[in-house]
Design a protein around this ligand. Structure first.
Ligand SMILES: *Cc1c(COP(=O)(O)O)cnc(C)c1O
Length: 364
């Protein structure tokens, strides 16, 4: 192995969550984490695995004031034969590079992310849950921690990876799919052309919380974002990409505007649908077209895609205070088939006919 990260093992292992069906999303964290530093003139250095614990940060660190940071989200799964695998980590590496470039964060060597993930999971492999719908969520993130109030890229950064055994984000208790209510947000926006919409950064989320609060007033789980310019075209659902099945066409927003986060699940959904011969189109879709389709009975399904929930079917949209039903609120067959196939490939119960899995070099 090219990297040899030193390991400091915890002397105080935490009790494991007893009930794997009640993990929630990112409520528990494992015993270890990965840490690495960057200094101008030296580069990235001193990658290491240490006990998961609070970190010290100087209050004048630039990230706490100007939010120069990025993050990724991926999962590790234990196959029925006991081996451990990731799902398309090469895509996380590429996206991380694009986000870093946008945020003026120094680039990482291409093979570092996966090596670091492997090193920390090697210490916490017994934390990978196996109940239906569960996985080990992996959260890599980088932040600038130079002590400076000048609005310039930092000269010092920290890269951490923390791990959390999780259930699925929205799923029912048995790990299966259930539909959710989504609020169509026509006032606040998530991302504009030229902004940071395509990058995975905290600021996109901090700026979106006010909109999610509105959604809760209408008893909705999350928001459907519309485009920033005209408040007319559908973009994303909360922190997931959005798909609409109208007639026999599946539609999702194209990446061309730079306002859509290029989800790895999104790309996988598109590839699977094409593989199955389903017509899938990346184009502008107006909320009016969605409402019209609901009224004339051609709106077959809406679902969100993302690492956290995999596939999350939508049963109702609320737009300007009115409920718009989506196929009687039932889980659609496309969403169900995509979920079964993706989660099956990810966990090794369905043959990986797309070549998407990445086995980790960790003993069972
Ligand atoms: C992470 C994220 C997604 C989903 O990306 P995946 O790679 O599929 O997990 C979608 N939208 C936003 C805004 C995101 O941050």
């Amino acid at each position: 192995m090219k990297y040899n990260f030193p390991v400091t093992r915890t002397t105080n292992p935490k009790p494991r969550p007893q009930d794997e069906t009640k993990l929630g999303f990112a409520r528990y964290f494992t015993d270890h984490m990965f840490v690495m530093d960057y200094d101008e003139g030296i580069g990235w250095h001193d990658g290491r695995v240490v006990p998961h614990a609070p970190i010290e940060i100087e209050p004048a660190s630039c990230v706490l004031h100007y939010a120069q940071m990025m993050f990724e989200g991926m999962k590790a799964y234990r196959r029925p034969d006991g081996t451990i695998q990731l799902f398309r980590p090469d895509m996380n590496v590429k996206r991380m590079a694009r986000t870093n470039e946008r945020m003026c964060i120094p680039e990482l060597p291409d093979d570092l992310l996966t090596a670091a993930v492997e090193a920390v999971i090697n210490e916490d492999k017994d934390w990978i849950p196996t109940a239906p719908g569960t996985a080990l969520y992996i959260r890599p993130f980088i932040f600038g921690d130079e002590v400076s109030f000048s609005v310039l890229p930092a000269k010092h950064y920290r890269f951490l990876i923390i791990l959390s055994p999780t259930g699925s984000y929205y799923a029912a208790n048995d790990g299966g799919l259930s539909t959710t209510r989504i609020y169509v947000q026509d006032e606040y926006i998530r991302a504009a052309r030229g902004g940071t919409g395509y990058a995975k950064v905290g600021g996109n989320y901090g700026g979106g919380m006010r909109a999610s609060q509105d959604a809760m007033k209408y008893n909705c789980k999350d928001v459907l974002w519309l485009d920033a310019q005209e408040h007319k075209y559908v973009e994303e659902i909360g922190t997931s990409n959005a798909f609409f099945k109208i007639g026999d066409e599946v539609i999702t927003a194209s990446l061309e505007s730079g306002t859509i986060l290029p989800g790895i699940t999104r790309d996988s959904v598109i590839q699977l649908l094409k593989h199955w011969g389903v017509k899938v189109t990346e184009r502008k879709l107006s909320i009016d077209e969605v409402i019209e389709a609901s009224e004339n009975g051609t709106l077959k399904e809406i679902f969100a895609s993302g690492t956290a929930a995999v596939i999350s079917p939508i049963g109702t949209l609320n737009y300007k205070g009115t409920d718009i039903p989506v196929a009687n609120g039932k889980v659609g067959e496309t969403a169900q088939k995509l979920y079964d196939t993706l989660y099956g490939i990810q966990t090794g119960t369905v043959e990986d006919f797309m070549g998407w899995t990445y086995p980790l070099n960790i003993n069972k």
